[in-house]
Design a protein around this ligand. Structure first.
Ligand code: ZN
Length: 248
């Protein structure tokens, strides 16, 4: 189909605003891209997603499939929730082979998640790790509900997830004793992301070395199901104890 001049001008302007999605994995520079470059890619990709400009990627994936037979060069590792409403490739407008994704309910970090992240960081070279929490997280909601119910019920409900998430929920309840469930959920979700960031660092000598010597960055982020917007924690590189202002 021939593109009209007017549409071409609009498209050029849009691409200047939101970036252009490269069609080749070689152009993506995954494995050699710095953490900040990868973070910028994800930020601009989410802007494309929010602006409903993410339609180019699926057609590129068909070509990518053949390129990826030999190798993969993901630009980032994502530790996210299994929630069907938060698919990282879509919300960051990335294609096949761009993201190494570990998804588990509540984006919790246990030994198997740490080893998966280590494997990707050491084998494929991405220098950015994003722990991605989200609004309306069922794992957090279930934990809040369990803690408000009879004590004996707590251990019965998803014991591993509840055990992991519980300190973040307890801290949120303590921080806002008169808070609504939504306020507690929001605070607990951010705290839970920070906990997972800390667990990754605590549990892996390799990740700490990569962070200290090779520019690895562990970043916290929050996806709003209501708007499609991902907010990255401003204190991304500092760790789990600082303020939670965001930049996008
Ligand atoms: Zn969730």
């Amino acid at each position: 189909m021939v593109e009209s001049p007017v549409y071409g001008q609009i498209r050029t302007g849009v691409c200047k605003l939101f970036g252009v999605y490269p069609s080749s994995i070689e152009q993506r520079k995954g494995g050699t891209m710095s953490a900040q470059q990868a973070l910028d890619e994800l930020k601009v990709g989410n802007k494309r997603f929010v602006a409903h400009l993410h339609h180019e990627v699926p057609t590129d994936n068909h070509n990518r499939q053949h390129e990826l037979i030999i190798n993969q060069k993901p630009i980032a590792i994502i530790v996210g929730c299994s929630d069907a409403r938060v698919p990282p490739e879509l919300v960051f407008d990335q294609g096949m082979g761009d993201l190494f994704v570990i998804r588990v309910a509540g984006n919790i970090v246990m030994p198997s998640q740490i080893e998966s992240v280590e494997f990707a960081a050491l084998q494929f070279g991405p220098r950015l790790i994003v722990v991605l929490g989200h609004s309306q997280c069922g794992a957090l909601q279930a934990t809040i509900g369990a803690l408000k119910g009879p004590p004996e019920r707590v251990a019965d409900m998803y014991p591993t997830v509840v055990e992991y998430v519980r300190p973040s929920v307890d801290a949120a309840i303590e921080a806002c004793p008169n808070g609504t469930d939504d306020e507690i959920l929001h605070t607990a979700t951010h705290a839970n992301v920070r906990r997972s960031m800390a667990e990754l660092r605590k549990g892996s000598v390799s990740l700490r070395r990569l962070e200290a010597e090779e520019g690895l960055m562990v970043v916290g982020a929050h996806y709003a199901i209501e708007t499609g917007v991902v907010e990255f924690f401003e204190d991304a590189k500092v760790g789990p104890v600082s303020k939670e202002k965001t930049t996008l």
